[in-house]
Design a protein around this ligand. Structure first.
Ligand code: PGA
Length: 249
C-alpha cells in the first residue's frame, strides 16, 4: 500500500493568536489537497483559535511540543491529555531547537513518544545531524542511534503510525537545503533501521519526512523520492508558498 504523504508546517515561535487565525484564513484555500495529510503545528496558545479557523477544512492543527507527564507541578508545560482534549492529533517531538535550547535528549524524546502513543497522539519524531557530524561521516550512525532510542519500548503497531522527520540541523532555517540524494539516503537508512528494530511491514508503513529549508521549488523533487513521504516545513509554512508545497505535484 502506498504511503500517504504528510506535509506539516512548523510555525515555531511565530504568530499571536489573532495572527494565527489570519494565517489559517489566508492558507485555507491554498492547501486543499486530499492526496496528502496537511498539518499546521502551531504554538500552544494558537491551537484552539487555529482549530476554530480551520474547521471544515482538510487542515489538521498540531502541537510543537508536549511534556511526558499528564499533570502536576510542571509550570509552563502542556500535557498529552490537554492536547488530546483540545482535538489535536499530531505533535512534534524532539525538534533540534528543543534539543539545543531546552536540553531535550534522546531519552526525554523516548518518554514523550511513549506518552504520545498512550494518548493516541501521532508523534512527529525529529532527528538530524550537525554539519560537523556530516563532515566526519557519522551521519547515519548518529541518526540510527537517535531512532533506536526514540523507539525504545514502542510497539510495532505504534511505530507503524509514527512519523519521523529527518532534519539535518545545518539545513534548518539556513536556506541550505540538503540535496535530494543526501535526503533520500538518510530517509532510506532510517527505514532500514526501523526494519531492523521491527519488521518489513513496519518499515513500509512508517512515514518519513524531510525537513530543512523546504521550499516550493525544492519540494517536488524531494517528495518524489521513494523514501521521502512529505516534509516538515518551517519558514515557508508561514507564507502562501506553503500552498505550493502542499500541491507540489
Ligand atoms: P525551515 O525549518 O524549513 O525553516 O528550515 C524546518 C524545521 O525546523 O522544521
Amino acid at each position: 500500500m502506498a504511503r500517504k504523504k504528510i506535509i506539516a508546517g512548523n510555525w515555531k515561535m511565530n504568530m499571536t493568536p489573532s495572527e494565527a487565525v489570519a494565517l489559517v484564513e489566508t492558507l485555507k484555500p491554498l492547501v486543499v489537497n486530499d492526496q496528502v495529510d496537511v498539518v499546521f503545528c502551531v504554538p500552544a496558545i494558537d491551537i484552539i483559535p487555529a482549530m476554530e479557523a480551520a474547521k471544515g477544512t482538510n487542515i489538521n492543527i498540531g502541537a510543537e511540543n508536549m511534556y511526558f507527564e499528564e499533570k502536576g507541578a510542571y509550570t509552563g508545560e502542556i500535557s498529552p491529555n490537554m492536547l488530546k482534549d483540545a482535538g489535536v492529533q499530531y505533535v512534534i517531538i524532539g525538534h533540534s531547537e528543543r534539543r539545543e535550547y531546552f536540553a531535550e535528549t534522546d531519552e526525554t524524546v523516548n518518554k514523550k513518544v511513549l506518552k504520545a502513543f498512550e494518548y493516541d497522539l501521532t508523534p512527529i519524531i525529529c532527528c538530524g545531524e550537525t554539519l560537523t557530524q556530516r563532515e566526519q561521516g557519522i551521519t547515519i550512525d548518529w541518526i540510527r542511534q537517535q531512532i533506536k532510542i526514540a523507539f525504545l519500548n514502542v510497539t510495532a503497531d505504534q511505530a507503524k503510525k509514527a512519523v519521523i522527520a529527518y532534519e539535518p540541523i545545518w539545513a534548518i532555517g539556513t536556506g541550505k537545503v540538503a540535496t535530494t540524494e543526501q535526503a533520500e539516503e538518510v530517509c532510506a537508512a532510517i527505514r532500514v533501521c526501523i526494519g531492523e528494530i521491527y519488521d518489513e511491514p513496519t518499515a513500509e508503513a512508517i512515514r518519513i519526512q524531510y525537513g530543512g529549508s523546504v521550499s516550493a521549488s525544492s519540494a517536488p523533487e524531494l517528495f518524489a523520492q521513494p523514501n521521502i513521504d512529505g516534509g516538515l516545513v518551517g519558514g515557508a509554512s508561514l507564507k502562501p508558498d506553503f500552498g505550493k508545497i502542499v500541491n507540489y505535484k
